[in-house]
Design a protein around this ligand. Structure first.
Ligand code: ADP
Ligand code: MG
Length: 306
């Protein structure tokens, strides 16, 4: 199959009418109009086979997740996803595999009404790079740097499940179905982000574990935090099968959850129906506290590539 036939067959689609998309796939560049009063939010993330997903992951899940992690970054800024590009490096063309990859990718793209507007297709070790473009009203993006002492800290959903699922996979054990779903099909918190945007001070998506990612908010904002471990949302299947200590370790340092962590003034609590896990402090320390008031010894601070 020739390269352009491939592009026509798998990547080009009739898009829902979008007056801001002037030119999509087919030329050297796509052309976009940015509506007046908006800023363009841009992000990119790569999934490398064997690093970001086990080699036997289904192509549907790979396609889904490659898009999901990018939408999660847009959500973390309060941006509405609009367009994506897709750079694919494939060892060979297996049509059935490629078709499943794109089915996973478009299942999520269609749900959020996102247009695939371009990309690149090359031969080499399997890797998938998505670049995502979102729109946010001028000046309203939520940055990591906005947290203030006295803010409450919240997360949108259970932590640690994906990392627990990955650990089970690596050990060759049967994987808890909820953990596997969280690992392979993280649902980006786009709707939550747009509802929260006008009420909060700072936000990040949790891709490397709460300890590491909340740490980024603290560093950017020049403050500290106290997290009460008893308040961390954990899935019941995890707490039933692990000790409390193990569950907390996964929740604090396990990656790939793609929940949002954000801070807000207490006056906005009623507008944010999520779980409070602690508060921002004026110190620059990040403390994890047991109900006894003692510090919890965190053994692992999250995944780092280098
Ligand atoms: P060029 O050589 O000018 O970079 P290509 O031949 O690589 O162009 O691509 C032709 C068209 O197909 C371009 O519009 C490009 O954006 C699009 N395209 C190529 N690969 C992909 C892909 N994996 N997903 C989406 N669009 C793609
Ligand atoms: Mg060109």
């Amino acid at each position: 199959m020739h390269e352009f036939d491939l592009i026509e067959k798998y990547f080009m689609r009739p898009h829902a009418q979008n007056k801001n998309l002037i030119l999509g796939i087919g030329d050297d560049c796509a052309l976009l109009d940015i509506p007046a009063g908006y800023e363009l939010a841009v992000t990119t993330d790569t999934l490398v086979a064997g690093v970001h997903f086990p080699l036997n992951t289904s192509p549907f899940d790979i396609g889904y997740k490659a898009l999901a992690v990018n939408l999660s970054d847009l959500a973390a800024m309060g941006a509405q996803p609009a367009y994506v590009t897709l750079a694919l490096t494939l060892p060979e063309i297996k049509e059935e595999w490629l078709s499943e990859l794109m089915r996973g990718f478009f299942s999520l793209a269609d749900e959020f009404n996102i247009a695939l507007i371009g990309g690149d297709t090359t031969r080499g070790p399997l890797s998938i790079t998505v670049q995502a473009f979102g729109l946010v009203p001028k000046g309203r993006a939520i940055r990591r740097s906005g947290a203030k002492a006295g803010d409450l800290i919240m997360v949108t959903g259970p932590l640690g499940l994906a990392a627990w699922g990955l650990a089970q996979l690596k050990k060759g054990q049967a994987v808890d179905p909820q953990a596997l779903a969280k690992l392979n099909r993280p649902y980006p918190r786009v709707h939550e982000s747009l509802a929260l945007r006008d009420h909060i001070h700072a936000m990040i998506d949790i891709s490397d574990g709460l300890a590491a990612d909340l740490g980024h908010i603290l560093k950017a904002s020049g403050c500290g935090a106290r997290i009460e471990l008893e308040k961390l949302p954990l899935s019941i299947s995890m707490t039933e099968q692990l000790s409390q200590e193990e569950s907390w370790q996964y929740a604090l340092s396990g990656g790939d959850d793609y929940e949002l962590c954000f801070t807000l003034p207490p006056s906005e609590l009623a507008a944010c129906p999520f779980t409070v896990i602690g508060e921002i402090t004026a110190s620059t320390e990040l403390k994890f506290l047991l109900s006894s008031g003692e510090d919890f010894p965190l053994t692992d601070r999250g995944y780092q590539h280098f």
